[in-house]
Ligand binder design. Structure first.
Ligand SMILES: [Zn+2]
Length: 476
């Protein structure tokens, strides 16, 4: 056999082991996993002795070139995904933003067309649903069949939230189509009431931000949508779980029979609300908020026991002067922060520090996400036949967050100055080397849109709202 590329001697991370192997790549796929030192013929040979080969990272949550204030955030699909690969991420799942232009189906395809010429990594999209109009409900089946199989709904933010009724109708239509409904889960009324009381009392400084969105609001909405999902016989995806109380709601829902995919984000695993004592506290205005150190530790427990299935960055590269508050008022600061590049190095370090080992790193940065997205084993695993999305790590090499190329010079660095161990030295996307010795060597437009297959349909054959099982007798 002749390989296009032979990666020699790296410890190869699979769910079962992390042993030295040689990896042969042909036509963008892993063609052979050989004992180290096996004589093989290859166009390009890479000596990876002492390195760790992990599946390329999958970032389940990015907002690239995100519409905001009549313009958009300051990265684009090239600069953001260049930053992604420099960190060791080889696939992203971004969103189809809400908007008034065109039909939802058209906007899904427009977002693909926006990304394709620029994107360096493969990508999938979660359409955002903001209305349960007949037109939207009727089009969901087609959207799922076109490969946009997971959706996001916000239960808060006045300009985009779905109320309980709309959530129920949309989940029914998604269930009938074999898609997966997902939620930014926070109880709107609870948050709004607290915000009004805080404003009356004058407690709206940036440091008051974490108290404005309590964990209770998250837990309550997770309970509600989990109940709906269980009744419909559909899985549900919970975006950016922030700590112990929402985790308890997730475990309760699973015990009660809900098939639930829980995602957290880098910042909840790496930071805690003590950053609100810092002068640059404004950077950390992110919703749901950073919680306590105990919440952070609870999330690591949940990573370890399998409750958490994915870790996204929630990357959103606001222009620094738009994010910096003119007055000390958190309501003037848009929620969100960049982080597409730092995600994998921070997780690599976090896993090592906690003594959890490289196999868990592969699981939480790639494998579990690929399963949840319906892309495993093509993505998220180092197996024969899988896409050759690979990261070769130098496990002992120091990494500094502020040395990293960010997605844009006009945004800010959330993890500025943080020192960790483990650097992504070489990165491959479908067998093509895009990072060589920490330098970007990829090309604009190398990435592809991944149309995902629908899951098995729920017990409903047609997306007919009239037959939603409101009385529970139809529940599986
Ligand atoms: Zn987000």
């Amino acid at each position: 056999v002749h390989f296009d590329t032979l990666v020699m001697g790296a410890r190869v991370v699979t769910p079962l082991s992390a042993e030295p192997k040689d990896l042969g790549i042909v036509d963008g796929r892993i063609a052979a996993i050989l004992p180290p030192g096996a004589q093989a013929d290859a166009t390009t040979e890479i000596d990876a002795t002492g390195m760790l080969a992990t599946p390329g990272g999958i970032d389940t949550h990015t907002h690239v070139r995100w519409p905001h204030d009549g313009t958009h955030t300051v990265d684009d699909f090239f600069t953001a995904t260049r930053a992604a690969v420099l960190g060791g991420t080889t696939m992203i799942v971004d969103f189809v933003p809400p908007g008034a232009d065109g039909t939802l189906l058209q906007r899904c395809h427009d977002r693909v067309d926006e990304a394709l010429p620029d994107v360096v990594v493969d990508f999938a999209l979660h359409p955002i649903l903001t209305s349960a109009s007949d037109q939207v409900l009727r089009t969901i089946d087609r959207i799922v069949r076109d490969g946009f199989t997971s959706f996001k709904m916000y239960t808060t933010y006045q300009d985009r939230r779905v109320d309980d009724g709309a959530a129920w109708q949309l989940m029914g239509a998604i269930a009938a189509s074999g898609g997966v409904p997902g939620f930014h889960a926070e109880n709107h009324e609870l948050i709004e009431d607290l915000a009004a009381r805080q404003a009356n009392a004058g407690n709206v400084r940036v440091r008051d931000f974490p108290d404005s969105r309590p964990a209770l609001a998250e837990a309550e909405t997770i309970q509600m949508v989990s109940l709906y999902a269980r009744r419909l016989g559909v899985p549900v995806y919970i975006f950016h779980v922030s700590g112990a109380e929402p985790l308890a709601a997730i475990r309760d829902a699973r015990r009660a029979g809900t098939s639930l995919v829980a995602e957290t984000c880098t910042h909840y695993l790496v930071l805690d609300r003590s950053v609100f004592e810092r002068p640059d506290a404004w950077k950390f205005v992110i919703a749901p908020p950073l919680r306590t150190a105990a919440d952070r530790d609870a999330l690591w427990e949940a990573v370890l026991d399998g409750t958490i299935c994915a870790v996204g960055s929630d990357h959103c590269a606001y222009r620094i002067d738009r994010k910096t508050p003119i007055v000390d008022d958190h309501r003037a600061v848009p929620a969100g922060a960049p982080g597409i590049e730092a995600r994998t190095p921070l997780l690599f370090d976090g896993v090592q520090r906690r003594g959890l080992g490289p196999r868990l790193f592969g699981q939480i940065t790639a494998t579990r996400a690929a399963r949840a997205l319906g892309l495993h084993p093509r993505k998220g695993s180092i197996t024969v036949g899988a896409d050759a999305d690979l990261v070769l790590w130098r496990p002992d090499q120091p990494w500094r967050a502020d040395e990293a190329t960010t997605a844009s010079p006009h945004t800010f660095a959330l993890y500025n100055g943080m020192r960790t161990q483990g650097t992504p030295e070489h990165v491959f996307v479908r067998g093509t080397q895009v990072v060589r010795h920490r330098e970007f060597v990829g090309t604009r437009g190398h990435g592809k849109f991944l149309a995902r297959p629908p899951a098995a349909r729920s017990h409903h054959d047609e997306p007919a709202q009239a037959r939603l099982p409101l009385d529970g007798r139809h529940a599986a």
